[in-house]
Design a protein around this ligand. Structure first.
Ligand SMILES: Nc1ncnc2c1ncn2[C@@H]1O[C@H](COP(=O)(O)OP(=O)(O)OP(=O)(O)O)[C@@H](O)[C@H]1O
Ligand SMILES: [Mg+2]
Length: 457
């Protein structure tokens, strides 16, 4: 009988350790090591030597140019996040909270691919064929090109995929798949890592685009070994706020496209529908007469997006006043508070500051500095800004307002959404080549911006 060895592996980074330790020697995380039972199984045959002729070095100039072959699935928001469609033989990992809509979006993607005559194998390890069919009926998916299989055994999945030779294969979810060659329960670090690697390798060899659904941990990262993200070509996260029907699809890694793009969807009974006008969506519940609330024309990937930044400043009764942020970087807010204190004469040392970006979206651009300053100052002074005002610009430590990229795109979007006044860096205003139907308020210093945003000179 094969000798069974007990080892420990880190759930965050996959580092193996012969004994249990509290702190992972690989990534330094605490309490991430779990027991892994490993026995020497049959030799892994997936290597290049077994299946491919030996390769030899070739000159870069001699390698033929081949554009990645892409198939658009017809869901514009999904195709854009993927970099322009699904690349053949690529591997994509999609993660997200339970119930966010991972199975739904992939079924809709399968429908899109099926419509173009591509066979799609949908393997569900979590639901029966009847359950998947129930969802498909609700979504109106009825394609003869989609094959369902309720299976968790890797060997049987690979053999079915080998026989069917589909254009794409969806595995929902990778945590449920297990190989009988390997010890350990389904979902253990070793099983997840090895099953994912074999599925991806199989896809590359057979020319099948593989989609793997991954569960996420409490912290929101994809569960299982970190190496999972290295194995695949594209990693997508599906996010959304509880209680909101809106879902945002983000690429955090993409070997075939930009990672800046986001896709916005609305969850409805008939499935996820594309939101073509996200600016309108994030601004829809605005009330005009609140102090500390301002609109920021953000850029997400190649698209402008208007978001509402809200600040609430109130007297603190704590020794250390609170700074709480949602949707913006905490340290950025601290920095802006310090600049307001020193350069704009706004004393926040005894004030609690809360900052939120409405709609559950995250803003990480330096161009949001000025709107943060104006919102915090507006709430502190309890001054309502004139309606139809948008603000953007980067703020330096000296309180100076710096130019930001893509100013014209931001102005266009503000004009399109009916805004009439925009506070912007003077350096951007000087370089504008087009005329905008907006009152432009160029500023050079944060103090000037606060005054002008509030309607002053
Ligand atoms: N009849 C319905 N009307 C509206 N929304 C629905 C309906 N049925 C399901 N949903 C939505 O679909 C979501 C479930 O979608 P889905 O099963 O694709 O999620 P998932 O991310 O695959 O979840 P899991 O992690 O459990 O597999 C529900 O949380 C709900 O928001
Ligand atoms: Mg699911």
């Amino acid at each position: 009988m094969a000798k069974v060895k007990v080892e420990y592996a880190c759930t965050a980074c996959g580092t193996a350790s012969p004994k249990w330790v509290g702190k992972c020697p690989g990534c330094g995380e605490w309490n991430t090591l779990v027991e892994e039972v490993s026995a020497p199984g049959p030799k892994y045959r997936g290597g290049a030597a077994a299946d491919f002729p030996a390769s030899r070095p070739v000159r870069l100039t001699e390698v033929q140019d081949t554009a990645a072959e892409r198939t658009r699935c017809g869901i514009g928001e999904f195709d854009r996040v993927m970099g322009g469609g699904v690349v053949s033989a690529s591997a994509t990992l999609i993660g997200g909270d339970p119930g966010i809509g991972k199975s739904t979006i992939l079924l809709q993607v399968a429908r899109g691919l099926g419509r173009k005559g591509n066979a799609v194998l949908y393997v569900s390890g979590e639901e029966s064929e009847a359950q998947v069919k129930l969802r498909a009926s609700r979504l109106g998916v009825a394609s003869a090109e989609i094959y369902l299989m309720s299976e968790t055994s890797l060997e049987r999945i690979l053999s079915a995929a080998g026989e069917l030779a589909p254009a794409a294969m969806i595995v929902d979810s990778i945590q449920t798949v297990f190989s009988s060659d390997l010890p350990g329960a389904p979902g253990s670090v070793g099983q997840v890592r090895e099953c994912a690697a074999r599925l991806v390798f199989f896809g590359k060899k057979a020319g099948i685009s593989v989609f793997l659904v991954g569960h996420v941990t409490k912290e929101g990262a994809i569960a299982g070994p970190r190496v999972l993200e290295h194995i695949v070509d594209t990693v997508l996260y599906f996010e959304g706020e509880k209680g909101h029907p809106y879902r945002i699809l983000k690429a955090v890694k993409n070997r075939y496209g930009s990672t800046n793009e986001i896709g916005v969807f609305e969850m409805r009974a008939e499935g996820l529908t594309e939101v073509a006008d996200p600016s309108g969506m994030f601004l829809s519940d605005r009330s005009g007469d609140t102090s500390g609330t301002l609109v920021f024309p953000a850029i997400e990937g190649t698209r402008p997006l208007l978001v509402e930044v809200q600040a609430l400043v109130s007297q603190s009764f704590l020794a250390m006043p609170r700074r709480t942020t949602l949707g913006v970087d905490y340290n950025r807010v601290i920095l802006m508070c310090a600049i307001l204190e020193r350069k704009a004469g706004i004393s926040l040392y005894n004030q609690d500051v809360f900052v939120n970006v409405a709609g559950g979206i995250r803003v990480d651009e330096p161009a949001a500095d000025l709107v943060l300053c104006c919102a915090v100052a507006g709430s502190f002074k309890d001054r309502v800004v004139p309606p139809g005002t948008a603000v953007f610009g980067e703020v330096g430590l000296g309180g100076e307002v710096r130019a930001v990229p893509m100013a014209e795109m931001r102005l266009n979007e503000a004009a399109k959404m009916g805004f009439s006044r925009v506070v912007l860096p003077a350096a951007n205003a000087e370089r504008l080549s087009a005329k905008f139907p907006l009152e432009l308020l160029p500023v050079r210093h944060v103090k000037e911006a606060i005054s002008r945003a509030g309607g002053g000179k």
